[in-house]
Design a protein around this ligand. Structure first.
Ligand code: ATP
Length: 354
């Protein structure tokens, strides 16, 4: 069976790290006999500045019809200060493809990478399942008497039963499929009583359908503390758009920083979009110094999603081995270029060298 992947490198270091992710995907496809068909799309700042087009008309339907997954780099350009094209492309895809699940694994590859003293890869291995379509980021609100001392600002947070239920179900399904034992709801239902009260009701209802999985709850402030003090107690965390946003950056810090963190924007069973957590890092762009491991681990997540688990594990193992061998870019204390890391990892995958 052919797996069709739309590759959208985007801007800045997105272009460089995606090139290496594709290189490693090609190696994995060769070794594991995967029929990957990768098509590149040049959506990004250059095209936007040239043609005034961010996400071409009909693009979403075309992707839905012809592709199984999307591998994206990063979007943003100093020449477009309001990030209009980036918003149109990424938000457009997230909203129109209804990618309601933002999956952010927090997995330590080597103990040298964490700022936490004495923690090992066994201690830090959990996932954050962030709701991606509702919450505080829906842009509902307004201001009154703007610019005066009496100014009032209102910013709404929404939670729907449908939206809450599908993300909670997705978290439990993820746990079941990946052999995870615990799902923890993270909210602030003690003060945000209505919206997060709905999360509470839905969570405990859904949890009953998964008797083999332990369901627990933490307030978000307690969870921030726990992630640092006792990360081994974290397994699958399901939470709102804003809390997921914040906690997953804390998570990225626990495993070595932005250059290593992968993510998926998922609608289970449908075409989904995988992108590294980092942005375009304009100061590094074009210098062949950015760390491609986040993008490469993102490619592994994509393979996992399309059912090529063995190839996904191979890529992860190759990254671990490269980190242990010091074959890393300068953000991780090494001296390899973006391309050298990509080539090393492709070679490791080909040779099963881990
Ligand atoms: P954007 O506006 O697109 O989000 P940004 O520079 O504000 O770009 P990031 O791209 O997320 O935000 O990067 C923030 C900083 O983190 C960078 O300046 C860089 O120092 C570091 N960084 C991010 N990604 C990488 C990477 N892949 N390799 C090395 N360093 C990185």
């Amino acid at each position: 069976m052919v797996t069709r992947i739309a590759v959208i490198p985007g801007d800045g270091i997105g272009v460089e790290v995606t090139r290496e992710a594709v290189r490693v995907l090609e190696a994995a496809a060769e070794v594991y006999g995967l029929a990957l068909e990768m098509t590149h799309f040049d959506w990004g700042a250059e095209k936007y500045l040239r043609e005034g087009v961010a996400l071409p008309e009909g693009a979403v339907a075309m992707l839905q019809q012809n592709y199984d997954a999307i591998l994206a780099g990063a979007f943003g350009d100093p020449r477009i200060p309001d990030h209009r094209h980036a918003r149109e492309i990424l938000l457009g895809l997230r909203v129109q493809l209804d990618l309601f699940m933002n999956l952010r694994p927090v997995k330590l590859l080597d103990e040298r990478l964490t700022p936490l003293k004495g923690r090992t890869p066994e201690d830090i291995d959990f996932v954050i399942v962030r709701e991606n379509t509702e919450g505080a980021y829906v842009d509902i609100g307004g201001v009154l008497r703007k610019g005066t001392p009496e100014e009032v600002a209102i910013q709404e947070e929404i939670a729907t039963r449908r939206g809450t239920e599908r993300i909670v179900v997705a978290a439990f399904e993820y746990a079941r499929r990946h052999g995870r034992r615990r799902v923890t709801l993270v909210d602030k239902s003690n003060v945000l009583r209505y919206g997060h009260g709905l999360w509470q009701r839905v969570f405990w209802e859904v949890a009953q359908r998964y008797p083999e999985i332990e369901a627990t709850h933490q307030y978000v402030d307690a969870m921030a503390l726990l992630m640092v003090q006792d990360p081994a107690s974290c397994d699958v965390i399901v939470t709102t758009n804003m809390f997921g946003d914040i906690l997953s950056d804390l998570g990225a810090a626990l495993i070595g920083g932005l250059g290593l963190a992968p993510s998926g924007n998922i609608h289970p069973g449908r075409i989904s979009l995988f992108e590294p957590v980092h942005g375009t890092a304009p100061t590094l762009a074009g210098k062949n110094v950015a760390n491609p491991m986040g993008a490469i681990l993102t490619a592994a997540m994509l393979l996992d999603y399309v059912g090529a688990e063995e190839a996904a594990r191979a890529i992860e193992r190759a990254v671990v081995a490269a980190v242990r061998a010091g074959e890393v870019t300068r953000d991780l204390g090494g001296s390899l270029s973006t391309e050298e890391v990509g080539r090393t990892l492709a070679a490791r995958v080909r040779a099963h060298a881990w």
